[in-house]
Design a binder for this molecule. Structure first.
Ligand code: CUA
Length: 419
C-alpha cells in the first residue's frame, strides 16, 4: 500500500500549536489569579493541594518528554528515505527484551510511588485540622440545597423575639455567604438536604462531596482577610452551574463585630412618625439580557471593600416603603419559606435565612450582586435567572404569587433594609 506523500508539514505543526495555545488560553489555564483559580492559593490546604498538583505535573512531564523523545527519535531515524525504503522488507523481528521490560516496569512503579507518597500525605492532611491547631478550629456547617448553600454556626447563639417580644436564643444561620475568622482553621461539616453537591473554594480548599445521609467534612484556613469565590462542583440539576457562594475571611475584631451584628434580630425601620405614604418611587429598573453576568466592576475592583460597604444601611431609606415591604413579605407568603428573625411568622426554612440579607454582597445563591436592580431581576422573574429554582416552582407557581411594581419596590426596599 502506498501512503500519500506528507504535504507541507510545517503549517500543520503551526496550526496544531496555535490550536493548543488558544484552547489553553480559552480554558482559562493562563488566567492564574482569577477568582476561581487554584493557582493562587490563599491558605495551607489549597497550597498543599497545589503542591501535589505540581508533583504529578512534573512526574508526568518527565514521562512525556522521555516517551515523546524516543518516539520522535524512532520516527526520524527509521523513516523511509526513498521509494525503495518504503517498500523494503521489514527487518528481522525479535520477541521482547527482558532487560528493557523489567526496567520499564521498575520505572513505572517508581513514578507511581513518587506520586503516591505526597498524595497520601495530602489526603491525611486535608482530612482534618492538624492536632496542634484543633483546639483553635472554628466550627461551621455547610448544607447544600438545590441551588444554594446554607451556613450554620453551631457554637454561636443568635437572638429572636418571642411572641411577647422578649429576646430568646435562636440558631445563627446565613445563606450564600460564609463569613469566617482569618488565620484560624475552619472545620466545615458538609451536609445536603436533597442531592449530591460538592463544596469547593478554589483558593482555599475543596472539593468534598455533600452526600445525602452521610456526614462529610473538610477544613481550611485563610491566611489573611479576603473575599473568595466558591462553587458547587458536582452536577446537581439544571442550575448546578449557578450554585455558588462566597467566603469572607475577616480579622478577629471585624469577625467579632460581624458576629454581634448577625446575632441581633432583623433591623426594624419604623414608618415615619409623621405618617405619609411612600415617597418618590424608584427609577426604572434595569432590564437584563438572559444569562447576563450578575456583577458590576465595583466587585472586581475590591470585593472585600464592597462587602464592608454593604454592612451599612442606605442613606436615603424610604421608611414607609420598608414598612409596607415588611407586611408584604408575610402576606405574599415569602415568610413561609424564609426566616427573618423579628418578623412575626417568618420562620420558613425552605429558602435562605434573610435576617441580614441586606448586608450580603450576593443574592440568588451567590449568582447576582446584591443591589436594587439585581434584586428586582431576581424577584420579578426568578425562573429566568435560575431555571427550575424552588422559589419559582414551590413559591410563585404553587401559591400563585403576583407582584405589582409597587409591591416589588416595597419588597426590595425591605430586603435592602435588613442590614
Ligand atoms: Cu450543587 Cu452542583
Amino acid at each position: 500500500m502506498r501512503f500519500p506523500k506528507p504535504s507541507t508539514s510545517l503549517p500543520r505543526w503551526a496550526v496544531a500549536t496555535a490550536a493548543l495555545a488558544s484552547s489553553t488560553l480559552l480554558s482559562g489555564c493562563f488566567w492564574l489569579d482569577g477568582p476561581q483559580s487554584t493557582f493562587d492559593p490563599n491558605g495551607p490546604v489549597a497550597k498543599a493541594q497545589l503542591d501535589l498538583f505540581y508533583v504529578t505535573c512534573w512526574v508526568t512531564l518527565v514521562i512525556f518528554v522521555l516517551v515523546g523523545s524516543a518516539l520522535a527519535y524512532a520516527m526520524i531515524k527509521f523513516r523511509a528515505r526513498s521509494d525503495a525504503d518504503a517498500h523494503a522488507e521489514p527487518p528481522e523481528q525479535h520477541h521482547g527484551n527482558p532487560l528493557v521490560e523489567v526496567s520499564l516496569i521498575a520505572a513505572s512503579v517508581f513514578s507511581l510511588v513518587v506520586i503516591a507518597i505526597p498524595t497520601l500525605r495530602g489526603v491525611w492532611y486535608s482530612y482534618d485540622v492538624p492536632e496542634a491547631e484543633r483546639a483553635d478550629a472554628y466550627e461551621v456547617t455547610a448544607t447544600g440545597y438545590q441551588w444554594w448553600f446554607k451556613f450554620d454556626y453551631p457554637n454561636e447563639k443568635a437572638q429572636t423575639p418571642d411572641a411577647t417580644g422578649k429576646l430568646v436564643s435562636a440558631d445563627l444561620t446565613t445563606g450564600s455567604e460564609l463569613v469566617i475568622p482569618a488565620g484560624r482553621p475552619v472545620h466545615v461539616n458538609l451536609r445536603t438536604v436533597d442531592v449530591i453537591h460538592s463544596f469547593w473554594i478554589p483558593k482555599l480548599a475543596g472539593k468534598v462531596d455533600m452526600v445525602p445521609n452521610r456526614g462529610n467534612s473538610l477544613w481550611f484556613k485563610a491566611d489573611k482577610p479576603g473575599y473568595f469565590w466558591g462553587q458547587c462542583a458536582e452536577f446537581c440539576g439544571e442550575s448546578h452551574a449557578v450554585m455558588r457562594f462566597r467566603v469572607i475571611a475577616l480579622g478577629p475584631r471585624e469577625f467579632n463585630d460581624w458576629l454581634n451584628s448577625q446575632m441581633a434580630p432583623a433591623r426594624r425601620v419604623a414608618p415615619d412618625p409623621e405618617g405619609g405614604a411612600a415617597k418618590a418611587q424608584f427609577a426604572e429598573y434595569r432590564v437584563f439580557r438572559r444569562n447576563e453576568a450578575g456583577y458590576t466592576d465595583r466587585f472586581d475592583a475590591s470585593p472585600l471593600n464592597a462587602w464592608r460597604a454593604q454592612q451599612l444601611p442606605g442613606k436615603d431609606e424610604d421608611r414607609a416603603l420598608i414598612a409596607k415591604g415588611r407586611e408584604l413579605f408575610v402576606s405574599k407568603t415569602c415568610a413561609s419559606c424564609h426566616t427573618v428573625r423579628g418578623v412575626e411568622g417568618a420562620v420558613g426554612v425552605q429558602g435562605p435565612e434573610l435576617t441580614h440579607v441586606g448586608a450580603r454582597t450576593t443574592i440568588a445563591g451567590g449568582l447576582l450582586e446584591n443591589n436594587r436592580d439585581e434584586l428586582h431581576r431576581w424577584i420579578h422573574a426568578p425562573n429566568e435567572v435560575k431555571p427550575g429554582n424552588k422559589m419559582w416552582m414551590n413559591g410563585y407557581l404553587a401559591n400563585s404569587i403576583k407582584l405589582t411594581t409597587a409591591d416589588e419596590d416595597a419588597l426590595i426596599a425591605f430586603l435592602e433594609s435588613l442590614k
